[in-house]
Structure formats: structure tokens, C-alpha cells
Design a binder for this molecule. Sequence first.
Ligand SMILES: [Zn+2]
Ligand SMILES: [Zn+2]
Length: 387
Amino acid sequence: MPVKNRFAELQDEITLWRRDLHEHPEILFETHRTAQVVAEKLKEFGCDEIVTGIGRTGVVGVIKGRETGSGKVIGLRADMDALPILEATGLDYASKTPGAMHACGHDGHTAMLLGAAKYLSETRNFDGTVVVIFQPAEEGGGGGREMCEDGMMERWNIQEVYGMHNWPGHAVGEFAIRPGAFFAATDQFDIVFEGRGGHAAKPHETVDSTVMASQAVLALQTIASRNADPVDQIVVSVTSFETSSNAYNVIPQSVHLKGTVRTMSAEMRSLAEERIQAICDGIAATFGGTADVTYHKGYPVMVNSEEQTEFAADVAKSVSGQCEEAPLVMGGEDFAFMLEERPGAYILVGNGDTAMVHHPEYNFNDEAIPAGCSWWAEIAEQRMPIG
Ligand SMILES: [Zn+2]
Ligand SMILES: [Zn+2]
């Protein structure tokens, strides 16, 4: 079974929606116009219920099937937010807001889920209820978490959730997925080494914070190389080294390190947190200073449920005739919070040979629309078949 004919017919219209969203990118929770466009379209399609303001600027639409006796409720989720990047695509529908850009393809995700919502509202060829979920602030703001905290899953009795992301470098419209841990937990840390500043020509009268921080930058690498089991994935990167003085002749009183930790399991995540603290305390004690470590937990590991992943892969095969095993991704994904609350699966759809997501020349590939929309629609129809 190839892509649905209806989406081949709707592709031009959905492309126009996508390009309109592309021209008007909004960052984090500021997705006011986008949410308004989404809500208006859902209303036009004849959704049974539309609620805005879930998770601040999130939108939820409810589409009841021709039958609902199965009692099944499936959530289909897209993200709506853009990135703080100056667009360099030169497209005639490029961002009209300098410094904001749909560089992760969330314009495409929103347009594709709208396309599926239009089709599902027209046909209602399923026994159960579809809840379409449009979330803000995927790019670091935790919009998915806020929608969950607003009680979305309970309010609509959502039983399973599905998500999709475009993927540059994969053939257009081809799918890839993996069961279990898929996207990494993304944490951040701040470390302040406090010593005793002083004259650079009298180091013996100081406690040199730059020496402590430098030792720490190297020692933190041993969490991955010496503490973690080599078969487990972990990244510890120090990304900022800021001294309290930048003079040539002053030993700074303190150094502020910043960085990120990426892990694929709760065990690795705890290991990183514990070891960062122990290493920094040890270094501070060795050199006579102090270390103040703050570990900020970001998105958890995104884990695909076994059964739903198998189903999602079968649906992908029915749409495009293939579904590869996806590699692990050390980036984070806010959909992790929804998958913590409900079983479900997250799939990648090929964007063709384009710039990578988050690059100023990236653009969502409109040729992926029929495959993406078909996957959404088939998830609903095959998971909640009539009769
Ligand atoms: Zn992104
Ligand atoms: Zn994204």
C-alpha cells in the first residue's frame, strides 16, 4: 500500500500551509500565531473539540471516529516552535522575523499533522478517538512536559502517543525507527571553582582557580573513558570556561565552567551527576579551593515502547515499503515526557539530501508530506480499525 491518494491531492495545499508557517517562525512558548493558525484550521476541518492554552501555547484537537465503541484514544503529536537562528536559505518564503527560523522542520511537522487531521476529519474511518497534539517549546523549553503537567493525558484519556521528526540525509519519505532508548537525556551543569585571587607574579600567595578548573576539564573526560561501561553511551562536554578576571597579571578568584551531559539510560545519567560532583570536590580539596556544582536535569531519555514501535514500523512499511533501524541520537527530544506517561513510538521520516537540522540553510522537504501524512492517518486507521 503506497501513500494515500488523498495526500497526493492535498500536497500543494499542505505545502502552502507549511510555507506560511515557515515565513512566520516563533520561538519556545511564543507560538501565538502558529497556535492560532492551527486552531483555526482544526475548526475549519470540523474537529469535535479544540482547546488552546494547554502547556501555555499548545493546542489539542479531538476527532471522533465513525465508531467509538472500542474506547481507544490515540494521541498524535507535532511540535510548532522555531529556533533563534538567522535564516540563510534565500527562499522566497524565508523567515520574515530576523533571528528566528524554522531550522528543525517543525513547520513541516505541524503542516503534516494538520493534513492528517483534515483527512481524518473528512473520513473518520476508525473506531475510537484521535487527539492531535500541537506543542510549543520543543527546542529546550519543555513544552511537552508542560502539556503533560496540564493533565492532557488524563483529560482526554489518551492511551498511546506517536511522534515524528524529519531527518536530513535519509531518502525523502523513507522511515527509520528503533525500539527502546532512542534520543538522549540532555542535562547541563554549572561548576564554579573558587580559589584565592592575587598577583600573577606571586602565585604562591594564591589558590589558583584556573588550575583547578583546567584539571577538571580533563578529569571530567574520565567519566566517559574510565567510569562508564564502554558499551554504554555517554557524552560529557565542557563548553564554556569563564574566568572572573581577564587581565594578564591577575590570577582569577574564580572560574565558571558550563557544559552538557548526554546519556541513554537513567544509570548513566546518575553516574554522570555523581562523578561530576566527586571529581570537582576532589580537585578543589587537592588545591585548597572549593567547587560549587549545580546539575540541571533537562529532557529524559526518550524511550520507544516495544509493541508500539513494531506497529509504527509496520505502518511505515505499508506506506513506503520500507522501514530501517534508526541509529541512536545523542540529541534530546521533548516527546520523551509524553512517552514517560504513555506507551508509544517516535519515528524519523527522510528529508532527503538537505542541510542538517539547526543549520541556517536547512529547509523542510515538502516532498515528504504525502508519506508523513499517510503514516499519521494509517496509525489511526490501523490501530483502531472499524469492525
Ligand atoms: Zn531541533
Ligand atoms: Zn526538531
